[in-house]
Design a protein around this ligand. Structure first.
Ligand code: PMV
Length: 314
């Protein structure tokens, strides 16, 4: 019998990745086309709390995994937060169509869906800020030094203007815009890209701080445009291109990303950049209209992108 079920959407970073780890602002938005789902159901076959992830071909008992397992961490943290015991004879089923390790927030969305399902079954409210803190605990396992942007945008389910350790600000999108999101198919662990940047920053702080400042200024400008009544999509696209150039300078782009970014630009994108940690994963392109988005998406699929999503940021 199903006891409770909950979902959480993916996310996309629009501007400011990496620099956000160094206290600069970033913009991100939920991507509702992709979701993680957690289902809690009774399992009379055993007294244990079990986890079943058919997509990953995994089935195990909670008690058999250690405290570095992200799923175990979110389960324990959520029950503890709600001051509830972990129930026996229950199975947690996890499924997700958010590709893993591609900058679309798959880890944070799985954690958020699990925490929501547990809160539902305990008949407790889990306000977004509490959910975000719980998911952050798991993000620290994935990332090492996460900025907190993934858990924030996924828990609050709204476009955000985010600065680490500062109160969240909603990004007030005045005129919805079309975005094409394409996956290179290359799995790129976030912690590797983040620690690579950290090493290079340690070796050359002045240069990297300058790059982060530039990204911060572009992000602020992008926010101003997005929050204006008369949005200037051409300028927003140009800012994306400029952000991409700096991401290349700090060493987080890749030939696959650059190829898809090039394909998007020659097929009508107003601007394009990588999104998330880089070294693979996802790129995004700004489109002037739904028709333009479809054309860009077709071109990206034709060029070998593994998954292409068109979405509207609003
Ligand atoms: O998990 P991803 O690929 O969306 O990357 C997160 C964005 C970074 O800025 C690279 C890291 C962070 O913690 O903000």
């Amino acid at each position: 019998m199903i006891l409770s079920q909950a979902t959480a959407s993916g996310k996309v970073i629009l501007f400011g990745e990496h620099a956000v780890v160094y206290q600069r602002p970033a913009l991100a938005a939920p991507v509702t086309q992709v979701k993680a789902m957690a289902t809690l159901q009774t399992n009379e076959a055993t007294d244990d709390f079990t986890i079943f992830a058919p997509d990953l071909n995994q089935h195990y008992r909670l008690q058999d995994v250690d405290q570095t397992n992200p799923i175990a961490v979110i389960i324990h943290a959520t029950f503890q937060h709600l001051s509830q015991p972990i129930p026996p004879s229950v199975q947690l089923k996890i499924s997700s169509n958010i590709p893993l390790g591609r900058g679309l927030g798959s880890g944070a969305a799985v954690s958020a869906a699990i925490a929501r399902a547990i809160a539902n079954v305990c008949k407790h409210q889990l306000p977004p800020h509490a959910l975000s803190s719980l998911v952050y605990q798991v993000e620290r396992l994935h990332h090492g030094t996460p900025s907190g942007i993934d858990n924030t945008v996924i828990a609050f389910e709204q476009p955000v203007y985010f600065i680490k350790h500062q109160p969240l600000r909603r990004l007030n999108v005045q005129r919805p815009f079309h975005l094409v999101i394409a996956d290179t198919g290359v799995v790129a662990p976030t912690h590797q890209a983040v620690s690579g940047v950290r090493h290079r920053w340690q070796a050359n702080r002045h240069r990297y701080e300058t790059c982060f400042d530039q990204i911060g200024r572009l992000t602020e400008k992008a926010r101003d445009i997005i929050e204006q009544e008369q949005a200037d999509d051409a300028l927003l696209g140009q800012l994306m291109d400029e952000n991409q150039t700096i991401l290349e300078t700090i060493g987080v782009s890749s030939p696959d990303l650059q190829r898809l970014i090039g394909v998007a630009r020659v097929n009508g994108a107003l601007g394009a950049k990588l999104s998330g940690a880089g070294h693979g994963g996802t790129m995004i392109a700004l489109a002037a209209s739904q028709t333009a988005a479809t054309d860009i998406a077709d071109a990206l699929s034709g060029a070998g992108a593994v998954g292409v999503i068109t979405t509207i940021i609003n």
